[in-house]
Design a binder for this molecule. Structure first.
Ligand SMILES: Nc1ncnc2c1ncn2[C@@H]1O[C@H](COP(=O)(O)OP(=O)(O)OP(=O)(O)O)[C@@H](O)[C@H]1O
Length: 276
């Protein structure tokens, strides 16, 4: 198999399966919280146009990795490169401007605003006003035109996710699954090149899960790239071209689903065995 390992090896060398299509490169990320090493040299690459899964047991460092890539946290060391530009430590709204947007495990909609309004305001914490200005530059004279464009895009999103009938509902009244659709729709408002999805299917019923998966497939065909954290191994194995396995703050293996399945250390990591 061609799956790479990083534990105990040079981190860059360990994950070097790059080609010209590499969109995101994470190199030797370290991050400690007090005495806890959440990330202990995480390295991997994500190719353009793929759905790549990031998996690992609880506490492996997946969320911390997402937080570092998307600028929610700064790493102690290591680099994040997106479209050939180092973005390490850039705040979320700046990564969003560059086309890298993440969703959160718990959807972060504004509960007292309608679904439509939620789409028309910038996604909290990652696409502030500055990001909107980057997408819709102009002066006050252009505001009306900009609002029309935002409105049209919001409706496109609502229709794309089949939630246009909920446009005027308060976001707080949506089901868990509908909130996940809204979260993804909000992330897509800025037309990001790379979407980091943190457990997008958690708490989603099977029919909505199917709709979400189908939409993600369509978006991928349109050129979007996805990196997703997901605990459902069947789903990962069925829908991801590449899988990155983390364990104890390190990249354990990366490979195709078939490669991952046959990798003994992955089984051991999930069963809590010694993988050193
Ligand atoms: N803000 C924090 N303060 C202290 N420790 C933290 C913090 N964030 C994460 N950790 C610790 O870092 C390690 C990695 O956590 P992280 O949440 O990144 O793992 P994970 O793979 O996302 O886990 P899960 O699948 O349970 O969400 C864990 O030991 C966790 O307790």
């Amino acid at each position: 198999m061609t799956a790479e390992r990083s534990a105990g090896a040079s981190a860059v060398e360990a994950t070097r399966d790059s080609d010209a299509d590499t969109l995101l490169t994470v190199d030797s990320l370290r991050k400690s919280f007090g005495g806890i090493d959440a990330l202990n040299g995480v390295s991997f690459e994500v190719s353009s146009g793929t759905i790549t899964g990031l998996i690992g047991p609880n506490g492996a460092g997946k969320s911390t990795t997402f937080n570092v890539i998307s600028g929610v946290l700064s790493p102690d060391s290591g680099t994040v490169t997106f479209v050939d530009e180092e973005i390490t430590g850039l705040p979320s709204h700046q990564t969003a401007q560059r086309g890298l947007v993440r969703t959160f495990q718990l959807a972060r909609e504004f509960k007292n605003m309608t679904v439509l309004e939620n789409l028309m305001v910038a996604p909290e914490g990652q696409a502030g006003e500055a990001a909107w200005r980057a997408v819709f530059p102009g002066t006050r004279d252009d505001v009306r035109h900009q609002e029309e464009e935002i409105f049209e895009r919001a409706w496109e999103m609502l229709e794309f996710f089949d939630i246009d009938h909920l446009a005027l509902e308060n976001a707080g009244s949506l089901s868990g699954g509908q909130r996940k659709l809204l979260e993804l729709a909000r992330a897509l408002m800025l037309d990001p090149e790379l979407l980091l999805l943190d457990e997008p299917f958690a708490g989603v019923n099977p029919s909505l899960e199917e709709r979400l998966l189908e939409r993600i497939g369509t978006l991928r065909e349109q050129g979007h790239t996805f990196l997703l954290v997901e605990h459902d191994m069947d789903l990962i194995m069925e829908h991801c071209e590449r899988v990155i396995v983390m364990h104890q703050g390190e990249t354990l293996v990366t490979g195709t689903p078939e490669e991952i399945k046959s990798e003994e250390r992955v089984v051991e990591a999930y069963l809590g065995g010694d993988v050193a």
